[in-house]
Design a protein around this ligand. Structure first.
Ligand SMILES: *[C@@H]1O[C@H](CO)[C@@H](O)[C@H](O)[C@H]1NC(C)=O
Ligand SMILES: *[C@@H]1O[C@H](CO)[C@@H](O)[C@H](O)[C@H]1NC(C)=O
Ligand SMILES: *[C@@H]1O[C@H](CO)[C@@H](O)[C@H](O)[C@H]1NC(C)=O
Ligand SMILES: *[C@@H]1O[C@H](CO)[C@@H](O)[C@H](O)[C@H]1NC(C)=O
Ligand SMILES: *[C@@H]1O[C@H](CO)[C@@H](O)[C@H](O)[C@H]1NC(C)=O
Length: 710
């Protein structure tokens, strides 16, 4: 159970715990019923007033009826865990001071078997874990002083509208873990003073508008473990005194923000264990008294967006932990959280926490980041270097770097500023979205793609048709939202295929792809049956680099480019890089002059297209001061010759390649070792020079000045 739920329960449990601890029990010298124990014990009233109560303890005795000759001054009578199935007033006759009666874990099944007509002093009645199925009208009318009624863990399917009539002083009502399918507002008309209502663990899937309206004194409401999918804006209207609410373990897919706005005094909010995917801008806004917020154990949560939490001036503790997919917190997710002291973010999928996020919390005192796949690069460097204010790290000894490989398993706090890379390549966490999604024909879906990097990356999608969609654009039934979410409305089999999200900044880019299967569509894996027709072109060749471009008939998510020198120094050296979806060209750099290269584009397991090119001769540069005019002239002549030859060779090569349309040559795909910067296999530097959508039939102009000059 999470801390906040604990908090909600604590006040109630406290009573039980305090009396169970039995700190100062003293003997009570009275004739005690057979097998029972009579003692004076500490006792707390439902309003937490302390008393020393004459207590008769007859728990676990297999009793089927009440013991006879109970001491008349008994205040607490415990009959927990027996086999009692009926009880009448005459058995309790004379117990005028009885304040607590515990009949939990017995065999009652109807209130007809519980004929209590007059126990005016009774404050607390425990009937949990019996077999009640129904409560008729005025079921507890002989108990006008009752403050606390436990009916949890029964089999209640129905409760008459007037069941609680006569319980005007009731403060706590426990109806959790029954079989109620609806919550009836009429029950509450009789309970004007109710402060605590526990009604979770019932198969309720809808809260009616103003369902709790009569409960103007209610302070704590637990709606945990029900089937709530959404909450209407008016469902919580009237709960003007409510301080804590729990929606733990429901099916909410969005923060019920309109409903929460109707709770002006809310201090504790528990939304743990709900399938919310994204905390949106404005989800938590202007909740002026909110102190603690729990957003733990959410299996679907991916992202906390810009301004998701705004103007919560009393929020001191935020817990967002154990969310296995949570990989992104926008640097400006938190706005005007001036009292926030404790930020718990452990056990998520966060690769970083932006310095700006921390600086936006002027009162932050402690932070917990352990058990996250922290990437130790420029984004997290502030942890070691930030001296602006001392923020305490919780469990720093278990807050490790998980990337890059050379810093793996080092403690984040112990890696020096200098050791962490300057660059922050974008990183789309593997947990962001699955690689395979199946949807039904006609369904709409949203796929969230986020990446943290410095500078802030831009995100775009390449959809199955090979079209690139930038944020805030739409195309047919596709739409990419500003933050990077791809939405497809009412999918048809046409949307079946590969989708790739690309995140890029000046430093580099990352991609992540998924296959979308539309149920009922005749799907054929495109990489095996539909060969991608590749048109390869060499656009420019120089001494040390070459520009190549290609044209692909469709979106290929996992394409690789490899190149190897044949003739000279780099013999057998192969380089390989991943090609971002939507990229249509590449600048091969660090080549050797006057060398033949074979360049191949690998678009599938057995699909490879190759071209050959030859880099130009090295132009010898000479310091003018070191040469005589004669030599200069000779060198100039030589240079001219070389340029002429180069142009010729270049022209020939280019000519040969230029209109070359290479159909796929089936060839076994050999995974290649990259000698040069192996980490770039995963995180590709921006070698691609095409920013255009890979739209069939559209060409990108490439500067080829050398060819033009020749
Ligand atoms: C009930 O409680 C009152 C006040 O504490 C006390 O005076 C009275 O004697 C008690 N009655 C019995 C039957 O114990
Ligand atoms: C009350 O219970 C006692 C003992 O179980 C029994 O003798 C008596 O008949 C019951 N009275 C009523 C009115 O049910
Ligand atoms: C190098 O290129 C020549 C043709 O120019 C070819 O015959 C030879 O097989 C190549 N060698 C390697 C190792 O690829
Ligand atoms: C390709 O790379 C080389 C060497 O880094 C650079 O000089 C050249 O301008 C680049 N060309 C393009 C089109 O990016
Ligand atoms: C790729 O080629 C290998 C060996 O030539 C063959 O066994 C395999 O089935 C081929 N895979 C596909 C998907 O065509």
């Amino acid at each position: 159970m999470t801390k906040i739920t604990m908090l909600l329960l604590q006040s109630h449990l406290l009573l039980g715990v305090a009396s169970a601890l039995v700190i100062h029990s003293i003997p009570w010298r009275v004739p005690c019923p057979h097998q029972c124990v009579c003692q004076i014990k500490p006792w707390y009233s439902p309003q937490s007033l302390y008393k020393e109560a004459p207590t008769v303890d007859c728990n676990d005795l297999l009793l089927t009826t009440l013991p006879t000759s109970l001491p008349t001054d008994t205040q607490t009578l415990r009959l927990q865990s027996n086999l009692i199935s009926s009880l009448n007033q005459s058995e309790l006759e004379g117990l005028v001071n009885l304040t607590e009666l515990d009949l939990s874990q017995n065999s009652f099944s109807t209130t007809r078997q519980l004929k209590i007509t007059d126990l005016p002093a009774l404050l607390s009645l425990h009937l949990e874990e019996n077999q009640f199925r129904h409560l008729p009208d005025a079921a507890f009318s002989g108990l006008p002083g009752l403050q606390e009624l436990y009916l949890n863990h029964n089999r209640l399917r129905s409760i008459s509208p007037g069941a609680f009539r006569g319980l005007e002083k009731l403060l706590r009502l426990h109806l959790n873990s029954n079989r109620l399918a609806v919550i009836d507002r009429r029950w509450f008309h009789a309970l004007p003073q109710l402060e605590v209502l526990m009604i979770g663990g019932n198969p309720v899937d809808t809260i009616q508008d103003m369902n709790f309206k009569p409960l103007a004194s209610l302070r704590s409401l637990v709606l945990a473990g029900m089937g709530l999918k959404e909450l209407s804006g008016r469902s919580l209207e009237g709960l003007s005194s409510l301080e804590s609410i729990s929606f733990y373990d429901n099916h909410l897919t969005k923060v019920p923000k309109e409903a929460l706005q109707k709770l002006p005094g809310l201090k504790f909010l528990d939304l743990n264990k709900n399938p919310i995917q994204v905390l949106q801008r404005g989800d938590f806004r202007d909740m002026l008294h909110l102190k603690e917020l729990g957003l733990n154990n959410m299996d679907e949560l991916v992202s906390i967006e810009h301004s998701a939490m705004e103007n919560l001036p009393e929020l001191t503790k935020l817990e967002v932990t154990n969310n296995p997919r949570l990989s992104y917190i926008h640097p400006q997710a938190f706005q005007k959280l001036t009292s926030m002291e404790s930020l718990m973010l452990n056990s998520n999928a966060l690769s970083a926490l932006h310095q700006q996020t921390v600086h936006s919390l002027p009162n932050l005192q402690e932070i917990s980041l352990h058990t996250n796949p922290i990437r130790c690069d420029c984004l997290i460097r502030w942890v070691g270097a930030d001296n602006r204010k001392p923020v305490r790290f919780i469990e720093p000894q278990s807050t490790f770097c998980s990337e890059p490989p050379e810093l793996k398993s080092r403690r984040v706090k112990e890696v020096s500023f200098q050791e962490m890379a300057e660059s922050c390549l974008p990183l789309i966490a593997p947990s962001t979205f699955p690689t395979y999604i199946q949807v039904k024909h006609g369904e709409s879906i949203a796929i969230h793609c986020r990446a943290l990097a410095e500078p802030e990356p831009s995100i775009y999608w390449v959809i199955s048709k090979g079209i690139r969609l930038a944020p805030s654009t739409s195309y047919g039934r596709y739409q990419v939202l500003p933050e990077g979410t791809l939405e497809i409305l009412r999918v048809t089999k046409e949307e079946d295929g590969f989708y790739t999200c690309v995140a890029q900044n000046l430093v580099g880019a990352d991609t992540r792809s998924l296959t979308l299967r539309v149920e009922g569509a005749d799907w054929v894996p495109p990489s095996y049956t539909q060969r991608a027709e590749v048109t390869f072109e060499v656009r420019e060749v120089r001494e040390r680099y070459a520009l190549i471009s290609w044209h692909l008939g469709r979106n290929v998510p996992g394409a690789h480019l490899s190149w190897a020198a044949n003739d000279t120094l780099e013999d057998n050296h192969r380089h390989s890089t991943r090609i971002l979806a939507g990229t249509r060209g590449f600048n091969l750099t660090r080549l050797h002059p006057a060398t033949r290269y074979k360049v191949c584009l690998h678009t599938g397991p057995n699909e490879t297209s190759c071209v050959h090119l030859r880099t130009t001769e090295l132009l010898v540069s000479v310091e003018p001061a070191d040469v005589t005019p004669a030599i200069l002239i000779a060198v100039s002549a030589l240079l001219l010759l070389i340029v002429a030859r180069t142009c010729q060779v270049g022209d020939q090569e280019t000519e040969n390649m230029h209109k070359l349309v290479l159909s796929q040559q089936p060839k076994a795909f050999v995974p290649q070792l990259s000698q040069q910067r192996p980490q770039l296999l995963d995180k590709v530097p921006l070698g691609g020079f095409s920013e255009e959508p890979a739209r069939p039939g559209q060409e990108k102009d490439v500067q080829d000045s050398l060819v033009a000059a020749c």
